[in-house]
Design a protein around this ligand. Structure first.
Ligand code: FDA
Length: 395
């Protein structure tokens, strides 16, 4: 039996941050990771450059059954705090767009930084698939990779089930349930939407992308949308997917900057032009052609009544799609839902009913928008738990 002050399950973003914090405050920490190396999702993130935070992070960028839960941790560990750490380690970075910060070099630098932040009191143990967790009195016992570990504190940082081919599972939820904690039903988020036969024409536009305004219910995002052979993707769609519910429509504004009367103005300026040509001035050719065909206007604009052009403009401003579903956890960047925040202290991430048990990162029912917010939650919740563990003096 190996005895520690804290056992952290999962060497991902949240687990490594938590371990580094607790370790630097003098605690002996075991981080148990089932993969052969730590931080695998960090390594593939942001196209290999890791969009490690977002300067605009605020509680409004997160979905949760309790929208207030994330406030405390996010306020106590900000994007600027993480940036200070990145700069301390000499990692070059840049802002891409909308406050999104990326490494100039490689996501490997972020994983290495987190490992370097762990002092000698932290053991990161890979190939340690956790098979059993028990609580005996005040101590947690964990079996992993053929060894047994024990500690008075246990941190669940095993993430969510998105991208199962990377080994992601619902392990965190099984463990939480084992200790009587409630789970908010998990579902895929930041995920492409699939279209059915009615929208076949659009599925044929695979590879075409355009700036749009996408809407689901009252939520809207203005970014690029991408047509795929199965449906819709791209940042605007991934963002809206987190809010979309089965059976709902998704509304797309194809020319978000266009005036409602723009086709009528075009008719006055260029009466000999057709709708295809008018649309081609603002949209990729293949998309313009598909929209013109769907709108069924194939004569010169000068011969189309204003009423019909106004109706076409209105349709372009609010094109309705009825997604048949999402591409599921296989393609979802994150998972919505998870360990209920009602079970946890928003200050410490400790389970109210199970002293010594903590949950952080994606395992918890806090899900960020696309754009570095999910890592910021992983860092902030990891710091909150790491500091709380040190304050309670598990040692
Ligand atoms: P994470 O999943 O990172 O870590 C959990 C760890 O626990 C894993 O290493 C896993 O192997 C381990 N584990 C699981 N079960 C175990 C068991 N039974 N025993 C032992 N270990 C176990 N976010 C962002 O902000 N910016 C970005 O650029 C991106 N990009 C991105 C790209 C892609 C393709 C994906 C899939 C996701 C992103 N994300 C992102 C989301 C981001 O990766 C995610 O929110 C964080 O990795 C969550 O961090 P966690 O530490 O909570 O879980």
């Amino acid at each position: 039996m190996k005895n520690y002050d804290v056992i952290v399950l999962g060497a991902g973003a949240a687990g490594l941050m938590c371990a580094a914090r607790a370790g630097r405050r003098g605690l002996r920490v075991a981080v148990l990771e089932k993969a052969e190396k730590p931080g695998k999702k960090i390594l593939i993130s942001g196209g290999g450059r890791c969009n490690f935070t977002n300067l605009g992070t605020g509680p409004g960028n997160f979905l949760s059954a309790n929208p207030h839960f994330a406030k405390s941790a996010l306020a106590r560990y900000t994007p600027r705090d993480f940036l200070t750490l990145v700069e301390k380690h000499g990692i070059a970075w840049h802002e891409k767009t909308l406050g999104q910060l990326f490494c100039d070099g490689s996501a490997k630098q972020i994983v290495q930084m987190l490992l370097d932040e762990c002092p000698d009191t932290v053991d990161v143990i890979c190939n340690a698939d956790v098979s059993m967790v028990v609580k005996d009195g005040d101590l947690f016992g964990v079996s992993a990779g053929g060894e047994n570990f024990s500690a008075p504190a246990l941190v669940i940082a095993t993430g969510g089930p998105s991208i199962p081919k990377m080994g992601a599972t619902g392990f965190a939820y099984d463990l939480a349930r084992q200790f009587g904690l409630k789970i908010v039903e998990p579902r895929p988020a930041l995920v492409p939407l699939t279209l059915g036969e009615d929208d076949l024409l659009f599925r044929e536009l695979s590879g075409v992308s355009a700036p749009v305004l996408a809407r689901a219910g009252k939520t809207r995002f203005e970014e690029a949308a991408l047509f795929t052979h199965r449906g819709l993707s791209g940042p605007a769609i991934l963002q809206i997917s987190s809010y979309w519910r089965h059976g709902e429509e998704v509304g797309i504004t194809f020319l978000p900057q266009a005036d409602a009367e723009w086709l009528i103005e075009m008719k006055r300026d260029k009466p000999r032009a057709g709708l295809r040509a008018a649309l081609r001035e603002h949209l990729p050719d293949r998309l313009a052609d598909a929209l013109a065909m769907k709108l069924g206007i194939d004569v010169e604009l000068g011969n189309v009544p204003d009423k019909a052009l106004r109706a076409a403009g209105e349709r372009l401003a609010d094109w309705r799609f009825s997604p048949t579903g999402t591409e599921g956890f296989a393609k979802a960047e994150v998972t919505i839902g998870g360990i209920s925040t009602a079970e946890l202290s928003s200050r410490t991430m400790e389970a109210q009913r199970v002293p010594g048990l903590y949950a952080i990162g994606e395992a918890v029912d806090v899900t960020g928008w696309l754009g570095g917010y999910n890592f910021q939650w992983a860092w902030a919740s990891g710091v909150a738990a790491g500091e709380a563990l040190a304050d309670t003096g598990c040692a």
